[in-house]
Each structure stands twice: as structure tokens, then as C-alpha cells.
Write a new protein. Structure first.
Length: 168
């Protein structure tokens, strides 16, 4: 790929296409001064989403940097819950998305992902293709047109929780 900025822009376009095709409303803030790339509207909540991508493998794992420059500082910092709600990490060669709540990875500045190892139970594998986290019924009913696979399985009457409910 051409450079990191270009690769990030391509990942953002992929994210935009993916969430819009599932029925979420999505918008991109003007400029680049916020810590998040998109605001995703599920009908019951607005999510601040940061998109990151990785394409190189080291020691049989893909690494995705999850840090950023903040307020004109010269060093990079980890994301916090005050800045984003969800990290959407895309592993390019595996065409795999990880939808990770910020509380599941902060204060880490790098994630190690294994989408190429079937059945591997890595720390973040539970978030692989976990789009339902942004349509969790615990926050109220999402838009009717939102379709994720698998769906959030929160049941208000039994209080059964989906993995997203347990992470919140």
C-alpha cells in the first residue's frame, strides 16, 4: 500500500460501507481534530468510533497500533473512554474487522490479533466481526433496518446479556 495515511483512508471507506450496508446511520466529523473518525447512530445510541488498520504480521500475529497524537503533543497516547466508545480494527490481509469497546483494550497502545488462526482463543477474538455491539438492545431498541450477524441477544424479560452487555 502507498503509505499509512492512504491505508487509513481506505480502511475508513471500508468501515463506512460496512456499517451503512448493515443499516446504521453514520457520519464523519468535519476536520481531523476529534479523537474519533465516525459517529455511528444505532437508533438508541450514538457511538464515537475510531478506525485503525494493520497489514503486517510479526511472530505469527497481526499488530494494530491504537494510539494517537493528542492536543498537539509530540508523543502518542492510548485512547480513553472520554475520547472514543468503540475501536474498529481492520486486519487487511485477513479481511477481518474487530469491533472492540474502549474499556476492553485501554490503556494499551497496540493490539495483537490472530484472524488467520481458526479456533484460536486470543484476547480480542470475541470481538471479531462483533458489529452487534453497536446495536445492543440493552440501550433500547435499535433501528428496525439494522441487521447484524450475529444479532445482539439481550432479552429484557430474562435479562440475558450479549457479550457487548458484559463489556459495558
Amino acid at each position: 500500500m502507498r503509505n499509512f495515511k492512504w491505508r487509513g483512508e481506505i480502511a475508513e471507506l471500508g468501515f463506512l460501507h460496512k456499517v451503512a450496508s448493515m443499516g446504521f446511520a453514520v457520519t464523519k466529523p468535519y476536520g481531523e481534530s476529534e479523537s474519533y473518525d465516525f459517529i455511528v447512530d444505532s437508533g438508541n445510541r450514538l457511538w464515537r468510533v475510531q478506525v485503525k488498520s494493520g497489514s503486517s504480521m510479526k511472530r505469527d500475529a497481526y499488530r494494530v497500533a491504537v494510539r494517537h497524537f493528542w492536543r498537539k503533543r509530540q508523543s502518542k497516547q492510548a485512547y480513553t473512554a472520554e475520547q472514543i466508545d468503540i475501536l474498529a480494527a481492520y486486519v487487511v490481509p485477513a479481511d477481518a474487522w474487530y469491533i472492540i469497546p474502549v474499556c476492553a483494550f485501554t490503556p494499551r497502545e497496540s493490539l495483537i490479533l490472530f484472524p488467520h488462526l481458526p479456533g484460536y482463543d486470543g484476547k480480542y477474538e470475541q470481538f471479531r466481526e462483533a458489529w452487534f455491539l453497536m446495536a445492543c438492545r440493552r440501550d433500547g431498541e435499535p433501528r428496525d433496518e439494522i441487521v447484524t450477524s450475529p444479532p445482539c441477544n439481550y432479552c429484557p424479560s430474562s435479562r440475558k446479556m450479549c457479550p457487548g452487555c458484559r463489556q459495558k
